[in-house]
Ligand binder design. Structure first.
Ligand SMILES: Nc1nc2c(ncn2[C@@H]2O[C@H](COP(=O)(O)OP(=O)(O)OP(=O)(O)O)[C@@H](O)[C@H]2O)c(=O)[nH]1
Ligand SMILES: [K+]
Ligand SMILES: [Mg+2]
Length: 407
């Protein structure tokens, strides 16, 4: 197909050669790279054409390739072929989508680790242990009752319980992997006119939310995402917390409270020029994952603010203290998101590991060796699905749908 549009033989593998590309007439002058399978990304023969990216060039080239028997690739088709040809497991294929979508250093590092196979190898290692346990349990079934080696089945049950503990620790990471993909969520909460929207705008460096001297300005939640020292942080500005007869504002307050419950970190803001601490409606959200922020320091803070430990003094208007506040938020994000052990990065991984744990728990309760072997088989199967070894067609469609064309 490629020779048909270059009218020349293929260049040596993996060397860039200058070529003229032909349709009914000359289309463009560019570079051709030839990657014969199986030593290519997809495992199949792949040619890469580097051309000038104009619309007319693309259309003429697509027509010429179609005339030679080609068709445009589906989104993620190259990665899907690489997966089918055993070049990648499913977690690595997902990592390619994550790498393309990565916006911060933390996301990039996590995606690259997963692409290197860290998560897939962890699951494969666990699966290998399950298969070894099944083999031991099967051996026990084959022994006649009286010759059963002492403790053989008990040993399998102990190993299964140890493995279930490792799986639980893998899941019990506060959703680190998913949050690194999706962002560390910080809710900005406080009384009307505390300066929440002003603070949001100052932190993200743009006028994301409307600021006004009228109390009760913000109703809908306004989200803005930034890269904070390499960590993806999503701020939510919310309606001022107060009791109100206005049904629209009341709905805003309800949404603010709901968002507070979902946040990884809460900024509890108050107007430090008139108050020594936040109102009671805001203080209900105080706790280990909340920071007290006294705003409007440019107007001078009222006496007594300092009595609250761990508070931050800022001015959204002048920028005073914002660097320190951003540093504390980044530190909280790093504490929640950083880690060296591979973490589940998708709900799909989490569900597979949960299924595996359920079968291991069932195994520990099983009385007959035959049932025990079946539970081990199902546990191993859940991990096989996680790396895409089995059961996969509809999962694959869901995974590759999120890719862009050309990947
Ligand atoms: N002097 C001074 N004024 C501020 C500061 N931050 C906010 N303001 C003013 O305070 C008023 C309210 O600010 P907003 O950011 O709208 O307050 P909010 O908390 O979002 O208010 P609601 O959305 O109504 O709950 C505006 O007039 C701001 O200009 C500050 O640091 N210093
Ligand atoms: K306001
Ligand atoms: Mg506001």
């Amino acid at each position: 197909m490629v020779s048909a549009i270059t009218k020349k033989p293929l260049p040596p593998p993996r060397y860039a050669a200058r070529r003229r590309f032909w349709g009914p007439d000359a289309i463009d002058d560019g570079l051709l790279l030839w990657f014969p399978g199986p030593a290519s990304f997809t495992g199949e023969d792949v040619a890469e054409l580097h051309v000038h990216g104009g619309r007319a060039v693309y259309r003429a080239l697509a027509d010429a390739l179609a005339a030679a028997g080609g068709r445009p690739a589906e989104p993620g088709e190259f990665t899907r072929r690489a997966f089918h040809n055993g070049k990648l497991d499913l977690t690595q294929a997902e990592a390619i989508a994550d790498l393309v979508a990565a916006e911060t250093e933390g996301q990039r590092r996590q995606a690259l680790r997963q692409l290197d196979g860290a998560l897939g190898q962890l699951y494969e290692g666990w699966r290998a242990r399950l298969i070894a346990m099944s083999a031991r349990a099967e051996a026990a079934i084959d022994f006649p009752e009286e010759d059963l080696p002492d403790g053989l089945l008990a040993g399998v049950a102990t190993d299964a319980a140890v493995l279930a503990g490792e799986l639980r620790r893998h899941l019990d990471d506060g959703g680190r992997g998913e949050r690194l993909r999706e962002g560390f969520h910080v809710a900005i909460l406080g009384a009307p006119n505390a300066g929440k929207s002003s603070l949001l705008n100052a932190l993200v460096g743009r006028a994301a939310a409307i600021v006004h001297e009228t109390a009760g300005t913000t109703r809908d939640i306004v989200e803005a995402a930034i890269d904070l020292n390499g960590w993806p942080v999503v701020f939510s500005d919310t309606a001022g917390l107060r009791v109100t007869a206005d049904p629209v504002e009341a709905e805003g307050v309800r949404r603010a409270q709901e968002r507070a419950g979902q946040a990884d970190l809460k900024l509890l803001i108050f107007d430090g020029s008139t108050q020594a601490e936040p109102d009671a409606a805001t203080m209900v959200f105080a706790g280990p994952r909340a920071l007290l922020v006294a705003n409007k320091s440019d107007l001078g803070l009222v006496a007594g603010s300092c009595s609250i430990s761990g508070w931050v003094r800022v001015s959204a208007a002048t920028g005073e203290g914002l660097g320190g506040l951003a540093g504390q938020i980044a530190a909280a994000a790093a504490a929640a998101l950083d880690g060296s052990a591979p973490a589940p990065t998708r709900l799909r991984h989490r569900m597979a590991v949960e299924t595996c744990i359920q079968h291991l728990d069932a195994m520990c309760r099983a009385s007959l060796p035959e049932l025990l072997v079946e539970d081990l088989r199902l546990a191993a199967r859940a991990l096989a699905a996680a790396v895409g070894r089995i059961d996969i067609e509809d999962v694959l469609d869901a995974v590759f749908r999120e890719f862009c064309i050309g990947k």
